[in-house]
Design a protein around this ligand. Structure first.
Ligand SMILES: NC(=O)c1ccc[n+]([C@@H]2O[C@H](COP(=O)([O-])OP(=O)(O)OC[C@H]3O[C@@H](n4cnc5c(N)ncnc54)[C@H](OP(=O)(O)O)[C@@H]3O)[C@@H](O)[C@H]2O)c1
Length: 190
């Protein structure tokens, strides 16, 4: 399901925390037989350019000709040497100078820049900090897809509580996939 969702979006976005933890490829490869993969544009929110040079995202077309090299969104204080190295590997570094109090590019500007480059349907896959930031940004999120899985995750942190008024969640559909339950919902402002 996740891979089909990826295939129907122009771009898929994660924070640098997810790249460092999971080293994802962010491609749409696990599709039913007969469906041609249509890979989304990978985007990493990485204000200080901490993306490792050996990240799988940077292997791109060397592994698979259809994969796209990542767009990495940096802040104004990112190291210019690191930027050059990432660009030499084929990444596109997008510097957004308009930052919040924590020095992170403002999501409104980021989304505007992605749209300008043709990424109109954006899937935010994680992690927790980035999901929280999007939920806090008014009118930035149109639809939620929440998976409830019967797995103990111990002390791991989920999406942290937000300190602003959140929109109402209006469930549209539930479906069971194996042992997981997936809820699709729209957001309505309170
Ligand atoms: N489907 C899933 O279940 C799923 C999907 C993805 C990830 N995950 C899990 O989520 C965990 C990683 O989540 P995480 O919360 O540690 O990291 P994250 O949300 O992936 O990335 C957080 C980092 O993103 C950067 N960032 C850029 N703009 C930001 C903004 N506006 N707000 C917040 N951060 C911004 C910051 O980097 P700087 O600190 O350098 O500024 C921040 O440290 C991993 O355990 C991963 O496995 C799960």
């Amino acid at each position: 399901m996740t891979h089909r969702m990826r295939a129907t979006h122009d771009a898929i976005l994660v924070g640098i925390g997810t790249v460092l933890c999971d080293n994802p490829q962010l491609s749409a490869r696990l599709l039913p037989a007969g469906e041609t993969p249509c890979h989304p544009q990978p985007v990493v929110l990485d204000p200080m350019l901490r993306t490792p040079m050996d990240a799988r995202l940077l292997a791109g077309p060397k592994d698979n000709a259809d994969l796209k090299m990542p767009w990495i969104v940096a802040g104004p204080n990112a190291d210019s040497g690191k930027r050059r190295l990432l660009e030499e590997l084929g990444a596109t570094v997008i510097v957004v100078n308009d930052v919040d109090d924590e020095g992170r590019p403002r999501l409104g500007k980021v989304v505007g820049e992605l749209e300008r480059r043709g990424a109109k349907r954006l899937m935010v896959e994680g992690g927790a900090q980035v999901i929280r930031a999007f939920l806090r940004s008014e009118r930035m999120v149109h639809r939620l897809v929440i998976t409830i899985a019967p797995v103990y995750i111990g002390a791991a942190e989920g999406v942290p509580a937000v300190d602003t008024v959140l929109p109402h969640i209006r469930p549209l559909a539930y479906e069971q996939f194996g042992c997981d339950v997936v809820m699709v919902a729209d957001l309505q402002k309170q």
